[in-house]
Design a protein around this ligand. Structure first.
Ligand SMILES: NC(=O)C1=CN([C@@H]2O[C@H](COP(=O)(O)OP(=O)(O)OC[C@H]3O[C@@H](n4cnc5c(N)ncnc54)[C@H](OP(=O)(O)O)[C@@H]3O)[C@@H](O)[C@H]2O)C=CC1
Ligand SMILES: O=C(O)CCC(=O)C(=O)O
Length: 488
């Protein structure tokens, strides 16, 4: 097990400098695999710290937007190189701070590097179109301008990838940023800022203020000089942010929960389906908005699928994510663990049959961490809470269906619409799934999780504010279009 990361007090990053919060108070970040281990200390900031960061971002924006896309891209390449040099350290910090296994944390950090390089390249791509004017002597075209200052509010479940997939496009299109990471992932976020600093990004272009969402997050959302807010997290918080932004006329983008289904048809490759269900539902301890949570299985193969699934889930090793033997780490916090355990209790109380796991895991030193065994329920009906609400934990609900139509109807019968997958060999079934499933991310013979950085990402229904992040879709949020008519 590597233990190279020093425990230190991380400061806010404002106007190119590392500064304490004006309140001068810090909070300890603890390891969810061992609550006695402190990973670092982070600032518990106030609205006044946000004011300073926003003022710095506003000042820096004029110069930053004047640079060419290629010049801004050069900074992103340098940030990517710095993150690459610190890959192991950042990944280890992530594992120790929020629990995901080291290989997953490393994979996520590499994804962050790839996102930075992708958007660095975007600085050289077209930003507008020439549109024929009705006047033959005129030239009409569109161009794009940055929004100004962007508030980035990010969650703890992807501490590197999510802040980067919000900040990199914001920056490349000429915006400046004030970032508030989840307090539970703020040490890892500070490492990203260190990479930005190392890359020599001009003072004020990127700023980070850590602290409670109810204080720091709210201050960003309500600040009149923050022109756009991009958020990933819970529906309750997302809706509040959307309403507050709308009330003062700021642009907003919300990525929220999921209750993602997988359908296993009678002709599915069962080994592949079991592998995808386990990986989609239980990797990262189920703490992905794209995690599989409802498993619709056709009656003909239900028993065979269940047997294989149970066989393999029993093999899952739980433990500290820094141990090479651990397949699944802890929940990210005590609160998250309690939420998951309470959903498991609700499932039992509502009459679903728990056929595997679902207890707090306390073996091999686990009593000091926030571990939960994977839980597999069957006899779940669509009206149950565990079939409707986002659990964000390692819980799978098996639902037996007679037909693909029944599976589709039930799969759509939730308020969310983020991702969905089907395992089938039949092209007709694939086509009806693509057409009829209500989800922004549709996957065939592949797990529900797994977002490609170059493709649009976002959900339908209550899963998002109906916008898309990542890939070239990001330009829609981070810029405004100007239509220009030139008459010589
Ligand atoms: N879609 C997804 O990827 C995610 C979904 N979730 C869902 O949300 C549940 C709860 O997780 P939780 O961490 O509480 O999620 P939140 O939505 O509360 O947190 C997400 C981010 O928003 C910040 N925040 C909280 N309240 C406000 C506010 N009033 N104004 C502005 N920003 C705010 C948080 O800060 P801080 O936490 O530092 O106070 C954090 O940075 C999970 O169980 C899961 O179901 C959670 C994370 C990611
Ligand atoms: O599935 C993924 O890779 C991304 C998931 C995600 O965006 C999230 O959980 O917030």
């Amino acid at each position: 097990m590597t233990t190279s990361v020093q425990v230190k007090t991380h400061l806010n990053y404002i106007n190119g400098e590392w500064v304490s919060s004006l309140r001068n108070k810090v909070g300890a970040a603890i390891n969810p695999a061992n609550k006695n281990e402190i990973v670092g200390y982070v600032q518990c900031s106030t609205g006044e710290d946000v004011d300073r960061a926003v003022a710095a971002a506003k000042r820096a924006q004029k110069e930053w937007r004047r640079l060419s896309g290629a010049e801004r891209g050069d900074y992103l390449y340098k940030i990517a190189n710095s993150l690459e040099r610190r890959l192991e350290e950042v990944a280890e910090t992530m594992t120790r701070e929020m629990g995901k296994t080291f290989p997953e944390a490393k994979g996520e950090t590499m994804r962050g590097i790839a996102i930075l390089r992708y958007y660095a390249g975007e600085g050289m791509r077209k930003v507008g179109d020439v549109i024929p004017a009705t006047d033959s002597k005129a030239l009409m075209f569109t161009t794009r301008v940055p929004l100004g200052v962007i508030g980035v509010i990010s969650p703890w479940n992807f501490p590197v990838a999510i802040p980067i997939w919000k900040m990199a496009p914001a920056l490349i299109y000429g915006n400046t940023v004030v970032m508030k990471p989840a307090q539970e992932a703020a040490v890892t976020a500070a490492k990203i800022m260190e990479c930005m600093h190392e890359a020599g990004i001009p003072a004020g272009v990127v700023n980070m203020v850590t602290g409670a969402g109810s204080e720091v997050g709210t201050a960003i959302v309500n600040h009149s000089d923050v022109n756009g807010i991009t958020f990933t997290g819970s529906n309750a918080t997302g809706k509040q942010i959307g309403q507050a932004a709308l009330a003062r006329g700021a642009k907003y983008q919300l990525e929220m929960g999921g209750k993602n289904p997988v359908i296993i048809t009678a002709d599915a490759d069962l080994d592949l389906a079991v592998e995808g269900t386990i990986s989609g539902g239980l990797r990262s301890t189920g703490q992905k908005c794209t995690a599989t949570s409802r498993v619709f299985v056709q009656a003909e193969i239900y028993d065979a699928f269940k047997e294989k699934l149970l066989e393999q889930v029993k093999e899952i090793t739980i433990g500290n994510g820094m141990e090479g033997t651990s397949w699944m780490g802890p929940c990210a916090s005590e609160n998250q663990m309690k939420t998951v355990l309470s959903y498991i209790e609700k499932g039992k109380a509502e009459g679903a049959r728990l056929i595997y796991g679902g207890e707090r895991y306390t073996e091999n030193g686990g009593e000091n961490g926030f571990f939960v065994q994977p839980a597999i329920f069957e006899e779940v009906t669509n009206g149950m809470v565990i079939a409707q609400e986002e659990i964000f934990g390692p819980v799978l609900a098996l639902i037996k269906v007679e037909s693909i139509e029944e599976a589709l109807t039930q799969a759509n019968d939730v308020e969310y619409g983020l991702s969905a997958s089907i395992y089938t060999k039949d092209i007709g079934t694939m086509m009806s799934f693509i057409n009829d499933i209500e989800a922004g991310l549709v996957r065939i013979n592949a797990e529900t999780a797994g977002v490609e950085l170059q493709a649009p990402f976002g959900g339908m229904k209550q899963s998002s504010s109906h916008s898309r992040e990542q890939g070239q879709a990001a330009i829609e949020f981070f810029t405004a279009i100007k239509t220009v008519f030139v008459k010589a």
